[in-house]
Structures are given as structure tokens and as C-alpha cells.
Design a protein around this ligand. Structure first.
Ligand SMILES: O=P(O)(O)OC[C@H]1O[C@](O)(COP(=O)(O)O)[C@@H](O)[C@@H]1O
Ligand SMILES: [Mg+2]
Ligand SMILES: [Mg+2]
Length: 328
């Protein structure tokens, strides 16, 4: 009796869900389904390694820097290898843009999709056992199959995404994604080694009472940002900042809140990268009823000019983002 109740209580498995919803995909011919499965598989391998962090030698710096000047952590490099390998083997992806690689990587010339990925998000939290993540965006290639990858394939606006998602390696491991038909969340069941649907067509609260911003840089915030932070305090909102974008975003999407990484004196365009952090979360935010801008412009309308460009990021509950914009 007990096992059937547990079986009943566990939602539908990711594979089955992808299959059942395949017709919703643009160009539904199975490749995008396979690609999502490849990402899920790689995330399980990375998850297993993260769970053993501290026991196996994956803590600490890798002794190298990536092209946005961040010190690479061993797990940044390892996660990058795992996802690159899984997508190369899967065969659906022609080019991969990664935070950890200077330029894009050619994978399968007959692949129909281009992926932009932040293999490990929240690197500063790896060694201290705080939630971290992976972020990915999926685009259709523009150039004919079998021909060389072009700039048009690589530098696409966020509004061109056919799918986007993230994996949150937290108290439980979750895969959250959209293909433009709402946002669905899957939770990893360790003993079965499979993802199961835990939240379907998730809706972000229109308003909220949580604000997430690194006030350590407050001295270099613009007057508008200072005004909005003060407004949040006057409203007695709760300040929450994990320092892992995926984790802060996920909490605010469930509870209602706003995450802000503004331009600062140090980074006039903020810190976060358009192609493999902001576009994916902007797509998910909008698909769950939220909003994502750079303070003025819709993130998904920003024309990318380089692989690793940064943008100021205001994302979360619609009314909170609009309030922030009104004070900027
Ligand atoms: O320490 P800061 O300046 O607040 O920055 C934290 C932000 O930087 C990031 O760690 C950047 O991402 P990466 O770890 O992938 O480089 C975000 O996850 C996080 O929100
Ligand atoms: Mg990141
Ligand atoms: Mg990263």
C-alpha cells in the first residue's frame, strides 16, 4: 500500500512530460526533447559531484581566470566539461556559448540548436555549501545545417530563445524550464535518479515583499537605485541576498520579490552576462508573469553585440520591477 501511495505522490517523470508536451515545441521533431534530456543527464552528474564537494578534490580555485575576469573555481571548469561533453555526444547542438570559454565551441555541424550556458552559477558559494546553479538558453541556428556557424547563429536576442532553464543545486535539486508555454519545475528524486514534476505552469506573484541586492556596493549605486532600496526599507520589505543568482531568482519567483544587480562604479553595465544569465531568467520571468529589464529596456529585446557583455538586471514580480523603474 505504502509504495503505491509514494508512487502516486511522485509527479510525472521529466522524460514522460517532455514526450507528452513535445507538440508544444516550435519545430517539434524530437531534437529539442533530446537536447533537454541531455542537459538533465549532465546536471545529474554535476549534482552528484556537488553533493560530494569537500570529499573529493573539487573545492577551491582552478588557478585560471575566465574571460570576464572571474577566478575560475574547479567546479566551474568541471561543470563546463560535463555539459559540453553531454551536448557534444547528444548531437543536437551545433554551437555552445559558455561563461567559461572565450569564444563559442563548435559541437555538431548537423545540430539545429545553439546553446548559451553558465555551467556553474554562484561560484563564490561553492566552497561554503550554499545553493548554486546552472543556467541555459536554447536558440535555433540561423545558418543552413552543415554550413559553418555564423555570427547570426551566435548573437541572437533573448526573444529568439526557443527554450530556457536552470538547475538549482540546493536542499533539493530542481530543473526549471520553459519552451514558451509556461514554466515547469522538476525535483530530482535521488534514490530513483530521476526528475519528477513538482510544480506545473508556475505563476510568479505580481507583487512581493522581498528585495535582493548586494548592499555592499551601495555607495556606488545611482540615486535612483538608492531611492528604490530606501523605498523597500520604508515598506518594511525583507532583504534576502544569497549571492547565487539562480537561488535568489528562484525564491523570489515562488514568493514574490525583486532581484537587482545594477550598474555600479566598478561595473558600469553591472556584473551579470546577457547571453548566459539574464536572457534565460528573463524568459522564465516573463513566462511566469514577471518582468525583466535593464532598468529601462526589456532584457529580451536587447540586441547582443558580444558573447560576454554585461547588462544591469532588474527581475522579478512585475509591480516591483515597475516600481523600481519609476524611481530610476
Ligand atoms: O558577489 P556579488 O558581486 O554580489 O555577485 C553575486 C552574483 O555573481 C554571480 O555569482 C555571478 O555568476 P557566476 O558565479 O556564474 O560568475 C551570481 O550568481 C550572483 O548573483
Ligand atoms: Mg552566473
Ligand atoms: Mg558561472
Amino acid at each position: 500500500m505504502e509504495s503505491s501511495r509514494i508512487a502516486q505522490s511522485i509527479g510525472i517523470a521529466l522524460d514522460r512530460f517532455i514526450k507528452n508536451n513535445q507538440d508544444e515545441f516550435a519545430y517539434a521533431s524530437g531534437e529539442l526533447s533530446q537536447l533537454l534530456r541531455d542537459i538533465a543527464l549532465a546536471s545529474k552528474v554535476v549534482n552528484r559531484e556537488i553533493n560530494k564537494a569537500g570529499l573529493i578534490d573539487i573545492m577551491g580555485g582552478a588557478g585560471s581566470q575566465n574571460n570576464t575576469g572571474d577566478d575560475q573555481q574547479k567546479l566551474d571548469v568541471l561543470a563546463n566539461i560535463r555539459f559540453t561533453r553531454a551536448l557534444a555526444k547528444g548531437g543536437e547542438v551545433c554551437a555552445l556559448i559558455s561563461e567559461e570559454e572565450e569564444s563559442f565551441t563548435d559541437l555538431n555541424n548537423n545540430g539545429k540548436y545553439v546553446i548559451a550556458i553558465d555551467p556553474l552559477d554562484g561560484s563564490s558559494n561553492i566552497d561554503v555549501n550554499v545553493s548554486i546553479g546552472t543556467i541555459f538558453s536554447v536558440y535555433r541556428r540561423k545558418s543552413p545545417i552543415g554550413t559553418p556557424i555564423t555570427e547570426a547563429d551566435i548573437l541572437q536576442k533573448g526573444s529568439e530563445q526557443v527554450a530556457a532553464g536552470y538547475i538549482l543545486y540546493g536542499s533539493s535539486t530542481m530543473l526549471v524550464y520553459t519552451t514558451g508555454h509556461g514554466v515547469n519545475c522538476f525535483t530530482h528524486e535521488p534514490s530513483l535518479g530521476e526528475y519528477f514534476l513538482s510544480k506545473e505552469r508556475l505563476i510568479m506573484p505580481e507583487d512581493g515583499r522581498i528585495y535582493s541586492i548586494n548592499e555592499g556596493s551601495a555607495n556606488s549605486f545611482s540615486e535612483g537605485v538608492k531611492k528604490y532600496v530606501q523605498y523597500c526599507k520604508d515598506q518594511k520589505y525583507t532583504a534576502r541576498y544569497i549571492g547565487s543568482l539562480v537561488a535568489d531568482f528562484h525564491r523570489n519567483m515562488l514568493k514574490g520579490g525583486i532581484y537587482i544587480y545594477p550598474s555600479t562604479a566598478k561595473d558600469s553595465n553591472g556584473k551579470l552576462r546577457l547571453m548566459y544569465e539574464c536572457n534565460a531568467l528573463a524568459f522564465i520571468a516573463e513566462q511566469s508573469g514577471g518582468k525583466a529589464t535593464d532598468g529601462k529596456n526589456r532584457i529580451l529585446d536587447i540586441e547582443p553585440t558580444s558573447l560576454h557583455q554585461r547588462v544591469p538586471f532588474y527581475v522579478g514580480s512585475k509591480e516591483m520591477v515597475e516600481k523600481a523603474e519609476s524611481l530610476l
